[in-house]
Design a protein around this ligand. Structure first.
Ligand code: LLP
Length: 421
């Protein structure tokens, strides 16, 4: 993965040997079987430390968006480094707590928080609810009052800014379901003065994911600062600003998004006039480059028109290519001494969308050869399913020259474990 920022890259391919840190991926494939996810501890920690470094001179909170990868072993590493969490459901709140992320470092985002989920967060005493509608504000205010609590809230502002990313993961435009338009936010903010269950302490936004450029993020930051100015004129003090997640990563050599450290510095520089807490909610830029999906060739096939490399991983394990036309760089361990052929790399699910790559130049592949899909540590396992009766794959964590299975491979029994006959 030479294309990844060198200090964030812990996977390599040298003389046909694929490795994560000091561990040969062929050894993991042999011991654990394929498909499996392999994560690098250093690869997960490095970007988190880079965000901290970029914001070190400011009050800040890095709330890892655990939806990107909620693996308990990784969450524990995040907790040990002092990170908080951005959660989006009661389930994620439970995952974060279980991993030891303190409630006072948790922000709760999402448009559909239910009374049950809100009560769970009130029980724990989280840092802030990122509120997305008036209806949600009413509910949180009421539930907090019922228990004589006054909770910190933030308004997730929808600034109508095009994040210039894939339409399915653009979230900051008025056609999207997310956030509160700026003008409405102003009105609603005034209403909080009369509400006894909530106190408005923050403003947040999240305009999209996988942004190739930081421009739209800085524009969104300006929108938050502007609104903050208006609120302060009305006596409403804002003590934290949360820009959400969104920073893209390198999936292929032609992509060159900002380094998390530089991006964090940029945020700090653009918030000179603000002395409150700066919050970021990065998901992809923490775990994305920290993982690969390891798979083996099952069959090859030439139908006269196209050549197929059929592998044991499928869209059930990594849905991003099928869902967003996403490209993940493929590394293979077979020696590149023959000619490369354009092949389609496909999984075994009964859908034509189960295609990882089309016309991909690979050396001749044979059953048993290994492939690694790079930059699969975010929204990979997290979005996996059991469709087509496929048990979920194991997750392996590499630390230096050792590795351990941190989630076992599901069994056939797991396919029906929750059924009641
Ligand atoms: N904060 C909020 C409120 C979010 O909704 C998200 C992601 C994040 C933070 C983290 O964003 P990140 O730093 O990862 O860009 N499944 C898609 C990505 C969906 C992102 C959803 N929200 C994919 O595989 O590309």
């Amino acid at each position: 993965m030479q294309f990844v920022h060198p200090d964030l890259n812990f996977f390599s391919l040298n003389n046909g040997v694929l490795a994560a840190e000091g561990v040969d991926l062929a050894k993991i494939a042999q011991d654990v079987g394929t498909p499996c996810y392999v994560y690098s501890r250093a690869g997960f920690e490095a970007p988190l430390l880079a965000y901290q470094e970029g914001l070190k001179d400011r009050k800040h909170l890095i709330c890892y968006a655990i939806k990107a990868n909620p693996c308990g072993a990784l969450l524990r590493l995040a907790a040990a480094l002092g990170a908080g969490a951005d959660v989006t459901s009661g389930g994620e709140l439970a995952q974060a707590s279980r991993a030891g992320i303190p409630p006072e470092k948790i922000v709760f985002s999402g448009v559909a928080k239910t009374a049950r989920e809100i009560n769970e967060a009130l029980d724990l005493g989280i840092f802030s609810f990122n509120i997305e509608s008036e209806s949600e504000l009413d509910l949180i205010d009421r539930l907090a009052l019922e228990r004589n609590q006054r909770v910190s809230i933030s308004f997730r502002v929808n600034p109508d800014i095009d994040a210039k990313t894939h339409p399915k993961i653009t979230t900051g435009m008025h056609k999207n379901k997310f956030g509160i338009p700026t003008e409405q936010a102003l009105e609603l903010a005034r209403s909080t003065k009369k509400r006894a269950g909530v106190v408005l302490t923050g403003l947040d936004c999240h305009i999209g994911s996988g942004l190739p450029e930081t421009g739209p993020l800085l524009e969104a930051l300006q929108a938050l600062m502007q609104l903050r100015g208006m609120l302060e004129n009305e006596g409403l003090e804002i003590t934290h600003l949360d820009i959400g997640g969104g920073l893209g990563i390198q999936y292929t050599p032609d992509q060159n998004p900002a380094h998390p450290r530089e991006y964090a510095k940029l945020l700090a520089d653009n918030l000179q006039d603000f002395d409150g807490t700066i919050i970021v909610e990065p998901g992809r830029s923490i775990s994305g480059n920290a993982g690969v999906l390891l798979s083996s060739v099952v069959h090859t096939k030439d139908n006269g028109k196209r050549r197929f490399v059929i592998i044991d991983a499928a869209m059930t394990d990594l849905v991003r290519p099928a869902m967003y036309e996403a490209k993940h760089e493929i590394l293979v361990n077979s020696p590149r001494n023959g000619d490369s052929f354009p092949v389609d790399v496909v999984g075994g699910v009964c859908e034509s969308s189960d295609t990882f790559a089309r016309d991909c130049a690979l050396p001749p592949m044979k059953p048993g050869d290994l492939l690694a899909f790079c930059s699969a540590g975010a929204y990979g396992f997290a979005m996996s399913s059991q469709y087509n009766g496929r048990p979920r794959v194991p997750e392996v964590l590499v630390e230096g020259d050792t590795y351990r299975v941190v989630r076992r491979r599901e069994t056939y029994e797991d396919l029906w474990a929750a059924e009641i006959l």
